[in-house]
Design a protein around this ligand. Structure first.
Ligand SMILES: *[C@@H]1O[C@H](CO)[C@@H](O)[C@H](O)[C@H]1NC(C)=O
Length: 293
């Protein structure tokens, strides 16, 4: 995993990508090496020689883990298999966050549901402590049957949320029109499984069925192809993108196919967009919404 976290120079990255493509399994990181279980006692477990992490929730507590490292820009991928069966009232949060007041945060939250009813993927972006930028989606598959990859691409131009490599949301850097963008506070990756049956499922109407506890979510293949922040400096040196490296996240935007996929998701799977919630913003919608989304 350490190798994945390096983004110094072309030659090194070239070596890394060679290494990665030829020895994917051998070079895969482990949860013991990359993450710490932070709360929930025995409810968070690292299994299978560090290749699998599970979080569980019962009536007493949920559980959570976080990355050992902090990142300032990068691409973070993780495979998750969400709580199956009746997961109503449970929330699996998977997010990047800085610390302190005026923090930045990039969120995925998976809101559980009754058996056979669809999860909601809730997304949000906080900049300097302010969020209120929710977009919500259904998924085009059952996220409890198999592992699927949920990714953040975060570079100085934009944030892209991806599900199995399909972009579901793009948050552009609109500093030029006065919208703060997360670009100077390093973030760790966090995930937790907890109970939020006051609001999660059908707005709180459906409560958690504790007779089905413990609820369990599964994680594997954490990969941070990112600039690691340590003692005040970045493994990428200057965060300027003047010399983009082969891994591509540093300048990634959407190509024609990505734009087409994003439109498909927005048309068929988006169920809430703060930018079109005119009632919520009687004084005018947030600035970034006045641009074409
Ligand atoms: C749960 O299922 C209901 C009924 O299909 C749906 O309205 C709701 O959006 C689903 N998801 C959540 C998290 O409430």
């Amino acid at each position: 995993m350490a190798a994945y976290n390096v983004c110094h120079g072309i030659s090194e990255l070239f070596l890394v990508s060679l290494f990665v493509s030829s020895f994917v399994v051998a070079s895969a990181g482990t949860f013991d090496g990359d993450c710490d279980i932070m709360w929930g006692d025995h409810r968070g477990k690292i299994l299978d020689k560090g290749k699998l992490l599970t979080l569980s929730l019962d009536q007493i507590s949920g559980s959570g883990f976080q990355s050992k490292r902090e990142y300032l820009f990068g691409r973070i991928d993780m495979q998750l298999k969400l709580v199956s069966g009746n997961s109503a009232g449970t929330v699996t949060a998977y997010y990047l966050s800085s610390e302190g007041t005026n923090h930045d945060e990039i969120d995925f939250e998976f809101l559980g549901n009754l058996s056979g009813q669809p999860y909601i993927v809730h997304t949000n972006v906080y900049t300097q402590g302010k969020g209120e930028r929710e977009q919500q989606f259904y998924l085009w598959f059952d996220p409890t049957k198999d592992f699927h990859t949920y990714s953040f691409v975060w570079n100085p131009q934009r944030i892209i949320f991806l599900v199995d490599n399909t972009p579901i949301r793009v948050f552009d850097n609109e500093e030029s029109i006065g919208v703060p963008f997360p670009k100077s506070q390093p973030m760790k990756l966090y995930s937790s499984l907890w109970n939020a049956d006051q609001w999660a499922t059908r707005g709180g109407l459906v409560k958690t069925d504790w007779s089905k506890a413990p609820f369990t979510a599964y994680y594997r293949n954490f990969n941070a192809n990112a600039c690691v922040w340590s003692r005040g400096s970045s493994s990428c040196g200057s965060t300027s993108t003047s010399s983009p490296t082969p891994s591509g996240w540093q300048t990634k935007g959407l190509d024609a196919n990505g734009r087409r996929r994003l439109k498909w998701v927005q048309k068929y799977f988006m169920i809430y967009n703060y930018c079109t919630d005119f009632k919520r913003f009687p004084q005018g919608r947030p600035r970034e919404c006045r641009r074409a989304i």
